[in-house]
Write a protein that binds this ligand. Structure first.
Ligand code: VG1
Ligand code: CO
Length: 542
């Protein structure tokens, strides 16, 4: 029986860079999840009898939210839902399932790299039929709907068993509980040379994959250890926990420090890798060599033709604006286009669908390709393994050879987290007001060539997205970018992206922060970060 429940709007149900993210306690308020899910359904058309994919990263409140989504999907008229066993589907696996089974769309319950647990964050994201995050016109419509919602519809039914594979029903709607790994693992097998990677491991290649107690554990166990023969114990923190073991499931040098330290030590394995809460991010780190995500994208683009899934070559590269220009140099050499998009994977969807780009990446530890419509952590790891297996070189050797050929883009991101929103809004507005006067200005000996506020014109659908970050370019090709995060749940986060190109191989051995020291100090004084935020140092440096 369908129950119609009266409700009133909640403030702030506005999807950010990647879905709606709030503290768990916010989502636990009566009607909160229901309002947002009904607003999603109210913004869509033509899904009667169609399939909806539901999956989550296993964080606290995942199961409760899934029961609500299931019963509301039945009330809305979906014909079938496919759901990962235990409510688990990594974000790239959800994208894979949506595409493979030609679902109408999917609802992903995740706050990605944000901490979990009862005091942590929760999130809901809608993906469209191409398997990718809903584009802006859809998320705008959803938000609009949340501001006027008056009722929602939910099927009155007992909770559904999420832990038994197979088919049950809620009313007329079929509930298909599927293995979360199968479809995804099969897809990976079509893209990469598993035999070559198996030989690599058989010849003594060693690896550590840190799943950070988040969703990729089951995928990594199945693919790396069970299928590819990596030694038992290669995957650590491989069991998804509702609070991610109390850690921040963000694969970077700060939050995956133990892994990073191991790789810099005397007993380092050949390769270290980690993934985030929902499995779409990746960190690649060789023995003694951290690979910046921007470099990883460039190196993958330059070597993808060595792997079966990409042997015909790539058609184009897309990178988010703050991502370094290293991929642009590869695109130029390959003679393919390089697209620069706003931050957030949703902007890659059109380029991938239109066949304009094959590989995509973001500086925030995100890489992926046209195989799905999300960034994909394990895909990046398998890509590196395949490249290493073919080139028979270590990570450090591959990275250095790349720099020698293309030059090195020294790159760092400085985050000022949980700062006062009004203060950083003021900082951004002041910078925007100075765009005209900055060119020609000399700051600490560096001359500003031009400055702008990044706007994106989508070449496929013609849509325009403005105010995506202030860019300051210097005469020596250096660049500083300022933007505010759209994924945080407390205060505001200012992100400062700093980049300098170094063509000379004799100068490729500097420590990153030292190599960028001058620009870093310019980046701080130019908008007076200390004066406005009271912070003398960033909270996270990646
Ligand atoms: C951050 C990253 C962005 C990424 C987004 C979602 O967004 O900078 O590159 O696409 O997170 O990734 P923001 O607005 O906070 O800078 V995930 O793995 O959190 O879905
Ligand atoms: Co993520």
């Amino acid at each position: 029986m369908i129950r119609v429940v009266a409700t009133t709007p909640f403030d702030g149900q506005k999807p950010g860079t990647s879905g709606l993210r709030k503290k768990v306690a916010v989502f636990q308020q009566p009607h909160y999840v229901e309002n947002f899910v009904q607003s999603i359904f109210d913004s869509l058309e033509g899904f009667e009898g169609e399939t909806l994919v539901i999956g989550g990263d296993g964080r606290f409140y995942n199961r409760e939210a899934i029961q609500i989504v299931l019963k509301m999907a039945a009330a809305a008229g979906f014909g079938r839902v496919m759901i990962g066993k235990g409510g688990i589907l990594s974000t790239p696996a959800a994208s894979c399932v949506i595409r493979k089974h030609e679902a109408f769309g999917g609802i992903i319950l995740s706050a990605s790299h944000n901490p979990g647990g009862v005091h942590g964050d929760f999130g809901i994201k809608y993906n469209v039929g191409n398997g990718g995050p809903a584009p802006e016109h859809v998320t705008d419509a959803i938000f609009e709907r949340t501001t006027s919602i008056r009722e929602y519809r939910i099927f009155d039914a007992p909770d559904i068993d999420l832990d038994t594979l197979g088919i049950t029903r809620v009313g007329d709607m079929v509930v298909d509980v599927v293995d979360p790994v199968d479809d995804y693992a099969e897809l990976m097998g079509t893209l990469f040379d598993f035999d070559a990677i198996r030989d690599l491991f058989a010849s003594g290649f060693t690896m550590r994959f840190d799943a950070m107690s988040a969703v990729t554990g089951p995928y990594a166990h199945a693919i790396l250890e069970d299928t590819l023969g990596a030694a038992h114990g290669t995957v650590v923190n491989g069991e998804p926990l509702p609070d991610f073991g109390g850690h921040h499931p963000d694969p970077n040098l700060v939050h995956a420090k133990e892994l990073a330290d191991l790789l810099m030590s005397d007993h380092a394995p050949d390769l270290g890798a980690a993934s985030d809460g929902d499995g779409d991010r990746n960190m690649i780190i060789g023995r003694g060599r951290f690979v910046t995500p921007s470099d990883s994208l460039a190196i993958i683009a330059a070597n993808a033709h060595l792997t079966p899934g990409y042997k015909a070559g790539i058609k184009g590269i897309a990178r988010s604006m703050p991502t370094s220009g290293s991929a642009d140099r590869v695109a130029a050499k390959l003679g393919v286009a390089c697209y620069e998009t706003p931050t957030g994977w949703k902007f890659f969807g059109n380029l991938l669908d239109a066949g304009l780009a094959t590989v995509c990446g973001e500086e925030s530890f995100g890489t992926g390709s046209n195989h799905v419509r999300e960034k994909d952590g394990l895909w990046a790891v398998l890509m590196w393994l395949n490249i290493i297996a073919v080139r028979r070189q270590g990570v450090d050797e591959i990275v250095r050879a790349h720099w020698a050929e293309y030059g090195r883009n020294y790159y760092t991101r400085h985050d000022y987290e949980e700062v006062d929103s009004a203060a950083v809004d003021g900082l951004m507005e002041t910078l925007r007001g100075q765009l005209e006067s900055l060119p020609g200005t000399v700051v600490k000996g560096l001359t500003i060539a031009r400055a702008d506020d990044f706007a994106y014109h989508d070449p496929v659908d013609g849509s325009v997205t403005t105010k995506q970050g202030v860019r300051v370019f210097f005469t020596d090709q250096s660049r500083i970018v300022y933007r505010l995060s759209g994924t945080g749940t407390a205060g505001a986060t200012l992100r400062v992206y700093i980049e300098r190109f170094e063509p000379d191989p004799a100068r490729h051995d500097q420590e990153t922060q030292a190599a960028l020291a001058d620009l870093i100090s310019v980046a701080r004084v130019l908008p007076d970060i200390e004066g406005r935020t009271g912070r003398t140092e960033p909270s996270v440096i990646t």
